[in-house]
Design a protein around this ligand. Structure first.
Ligand SMILES: [Zn+2]
Length: 317
């Protein structure tokens, strides 16, 4: 696939602050089910000799946790923005609870103490959350996060409760980080010359790709072929809607009766409101990629208007 450098705040995954919803009661305080479970898990994980199996956590799967995450992310995957229509998403642990697989393949104990911690839970589709082979132009490739949680090279990983506060994660947390600063979307071509919605790490002023953006794309598989095509389907629908607006605008320019022009202007306003509601609002599917396309459209319209103005001025001169 062709690629293009991103160097600015074109768009983003979406950031959704956890302040927007209440913490589910089962996770909320020292009397909660989660806290009781955590105390049992502490006894389990501090046994001598150490246990061979991780503690079987279950409170994080309570219905009220699913509901709260659905409200926070509008039934979208927190990483890729796929909007589910049916069964609930996996509840993904930002820091894996059972074990962590290092980039070199080494397996380490997970962050068991965060298994039912609200700030460690995200809704994720199966393609983002689970390791699965997908066809690529270079053959089958294993995508999906599963137990990966990369840290900045040379920094240390927490092995005890509370140690995570000192970590330097590379994976973006959509409930904390502003993805605008790290990743961006643009339309490119695949090998067959078809338009696809690509994602890249933001290129910083020094010409270096943003480390966290690239790690997030690689860890989640935000560039997997099925996803670039799904995003492109939304963008194709957006393009059709914007083409309709352009046609109305052309009708507006050629209309010579004031009442007619006003009526067309009202139509344009209504169509633009429809575009925003269907593609650009935070809860629209693949809204980050659609916002990037919308900004590119606005830039093209302005460039065209500028060219037409210059051409008109030259004719007058
Ligand atoms: Zn996803």
């Amino acid at each position: 696939m062709s690629s293009k450098r991103c160097n600015g705040r074109q768009t983003r995954m979406i950031r959704r602050s956890r302040k927007l919803v209440d913490v589910p009661a089962c996770l909320a305080d020292s009397a909660s089910l989660a806290e009781k479970e955590r105390r049992k898990a502490l006894r389990h994980h501090t046994r001598t000799p150490p246990p061979k199996k991780a503690y079987p956590f279950s409170v994080y799967r309570e219905g009220e946790v699913h509901s709260a995450l659905d409200r926070l992310f509008a039934t979208k995957c927190a990483y890729c923005e796929f909007k589910r229509a049916g069964a609930p998403f996996d509840i993904e642990h930002y820091r894996p609870k059972g074990e962590v697989v290092e980039p070199c393949g080494t397996r380490r104990p997970g962050y068991w103490w965060l298994a039912s911690t609200w700030t460690n839970l995200l809704p994720a589709c199966q393609d983002c959350n689970r390791r699965r082979y997908q066809e690529t132009e270079a053959g089958p490739y294993l995508f999906g996060k599963e137990n990966k949680f990369p840290l900045r090279p040379g920094t240390s990983r927490a092995i005890h409760p509370g140690g995570e506060a000192q970590e330097q994660p590379l994976l973006l947390d959509p409930s904390v980080d502003d993805p605008t600063e790290h990743i961006c979307f643009h339309v490119g071509k695949d090998k067959q010359g078809q338009d696809v919605s690509l994602v890249s790490a933001v290129v910083k002023a020094d010409g270096v790709k943003d480390e966290r953006g690239q790690a997030t794309i690689d860890t989640i598989g935000l560039d997997r072929p099925s996803l670039v095509q799904q995003r492109m389907t939304s963008i194709t629908h957006l393009r059709l809607a914007l083409r309709s607006v352009e046609k109305e605008w052309e009708r507006y320019l050629s209309a010579d009766i004031p009442e007619r022009r006003e009526a067309i202007k009202a139509t344009i306003r209504k169509e633009m409101q429809g575009v925003a509601a269907a593609f650009l609002v935070w809860d629209a599917e693949y809204s980050a990629a659609c916002r990037a396309e919308y900004k590119a459209w606005i830039a093209a319209i302005r460039a065209r208007a500028s060219e037409e103005r210059k051409s008109g001025e030259q004719k007058v001169a």
